[in-house]
Design a protein around this ligand. Structure first.
Ligand code: PEP
Ligand code: MN
Length: 344
């Protein structure tokens, strides 16, 4: 339930509404807006009886949020949430954020070279996994803490903010010490203790859609993070498992406009995992920008043939640089722009 206050409501009116909500056994979340304050009611699982609230001084309207997810819904917050991962790098506004880099951090030379290439092409942020959720336990698992240190080194040199994955609760605390944004991967979208930990830590979170998750499942997972008080969540479409083996995944670009209607959170697209094939990543990145994605997460490796993970879907630096020019034109055609690297 959402209690919308009159523009003339006083702080005392708002306090009184919050008190009544607390007496009903729920939590009240006041959300001051430009014109008026709305007070969200959380803690209920089903319709709340509003009889004690509707008549209170200053109450303009009571809206019953009809969805299973609440705080992530557009009903709860009509305007876009803007997620800032670093000064000058924001998701959910007019500028489209390009997060690029290798699948995994492999060495100092590799990540520095990748970061320089991202920066030189005008990419906005650096990606790279230090903790890798691999389907096989025998595949490269990432450099762990050393990988985080190398990402911090690359950030110090290039100024690019860092997005990197955490796989469990303890890892999330560690990743938060180094990263500007904590990625929660497709395989962990429903790891509820990890979602809650990311909510408590309070750093921006990039939440990827599970490979067999519906859009509602994705939004309910995001709700876990918001329910802990962290509204800084970026959603990511990365393709679904399907019957068709022609591509690694079925890249669901429908999710972009659908999520934008259902939720106020930014949604970005990952055409690398969405397609799994370098030559398909290029057209599908263009398509994702055209579809209105708030950002792109794309894998690029200085030497894809030597990559320890996801080499086949990693762009060569020259391909990435060309793609940046193309998406700049596409963004312009739809009245948007590409977010430049910080400090430019
Ligand atoms: C990744 O971004 O490298 C990754 C492991 O992605 P996903 O969780 O979407 O498979
Ligand atoms: Mn990958």
């Amino acid at each position: 339930m959402l209690v919308v206050m009159h523009t003339t409501a006083t702080p005392a009116d708002i306090d009184a509404v919050c008190r009544v909500i607390a007496e009903m056994g729920y939590s009240a979340v006041p959300m001051p807006g430009e014109q008026r304050t709305a007070i969200g009611v959380v803690g209920n699982d089903g319709r709340v009886d509003d009889t004690n609230v509707v008549g209170l001084a200053g109450v303009a309207q009571v809206i019953h949020v009809s969805r299973p997810y609440k705080q992530v819904s557009r009903e709860w917050r009509p305007e876009n949430t803007i997620v800032h991962i670093a000064p000058g790098v924001a998701f959910g506004g007019n500028a489209i954020v390009i997060v690029a880099g290798p699948c995994s951090v492999e060495s100092e030379e590799q990540i520095l070279s990748a970061a320089r290439a991202v920066r030189a092409a005008g990419g906005t942020a650096l990606r790279g996994g230090a903790f890798k959720p691999r389907s096989s336990p025998y595949s490269f698992q990432g450099l762990g803490k050393r990988g985080l240190e190398l990402l911090a080194l690359a950030r110090a040199e290039t100024g690019l903010p860092v997005v990197t994955e955490a796989m469990d609760e303890a890892g999330a605390e560690l990743v938060a010490e180094y990263a500007d944004c904590i990625q929660i991967g497709a395989r962990n979208m429903q790891n509820y203790s990890l979602l809650k930990a990311a909510g408590r830590i309070g750093k921006p979170v990039l939440l990827k859609r599970g490979m067999a998750a519906t859009i509602t499942d994705l939004l309910l997972s995001a709700e876990y993070i918001l329910a802990e008080g962290n509204t800084q969540v970026i959603l990511c479409e990365r393709g679904l498992r399907s019957f068709d083996t022609a591509a690694r995944n079925m890249f669901d670009l429908n999710a972009i406009p659908i999520v934008q209607k259902m939720s106020h959170l930014p949604i970005i697209a990952d055409p690398s995992h969405g397609t799994g094939l370098r030559d398909k990543v290029i057209p599908m990145t263009r398509a994702a920008v055209a579809a209105g994605a708030d950002g792109i997460l794309v894998e690029m490796h200085p030497n894809p043939e030597r990559a320890k993970s996801d080499g086949a879907q990693s762009l060569y630096p020259e391909q990435f640089a060309r793609l940046m020019e193309e998406v700049r034109l596409i963004a312009q055609a739809i009245g948007r722009e590409i977010s430049p690297p910080p400090g430019t």
